[in-house]
Design a protein around this ligand. Sequence first.
Ligand SMILES: [Fe+2]
Length: 239
Amino acid sequence: MAEIQEREQKLIQYLNEAYGKEQELVTALQAHIAMTSRDAYKKRLKEHLKETRAQAKGLERRIKKLGGQAERIDLPGPDAVADAAGKAQATAQKAVAAAKGPLHALRGTGETERMLKNAKTEYADEAEEIANYNAIETLAEAVGDRDTAKLAREFRRQEERMARFLERTIETLTKAVAREEIPAAQRNGGPSRGRASKPKAASKPKAASKPKAASKPKRAAKPKSAARKTSGGRSSAKR
Ligand SMILES: [Fe+2]
């Protein structure tokens, strides 16, 4: 291509930004899959890895169609990623064991927390991808490139679905962390109802006493004003 116009240049630039992000996420997702022990979460990550790879290919094709060059990032292969993730996990487990004692490691401190941290990172990544595709779709529509707009819309929807899944996963994992790391007596709905009922009983009279105290002056004020009216009614300036 001898000359690429500003319209194509800008589209290629945005597509390449999204392409870079997707390549980065292929690696991140592989690492997270290796660190995930929960089946449903792992399955969804694998699905999204497939989606992410397909998105990268789709972007590559679109960039070429527009006369540009897809910018590849040099990233480690899946085996190296899985290996690095496994080593990082082992190191983290050792660190937890060393810092807090072997009981914490057995209790599960760390693993669920790490999955939760991964889920939060993935959620932030999804937000960036959604922003990328939103910008591409808007730009493509602004310059009348229907094919690019359609591609961006399709990919944005995939990212939005993943983001919604991650929202639920973050909740599930956080609840799991609470169960694993906080004794039942310190959680809502824990078996020690005796402890939970005490603050409730203590808060009820407080809440009930406030309106009473607030209503008393109102009731007291009315008779006073009424008494003034009746007492000075005949000689008041009203009539
Ligand atoms: Fe994604």
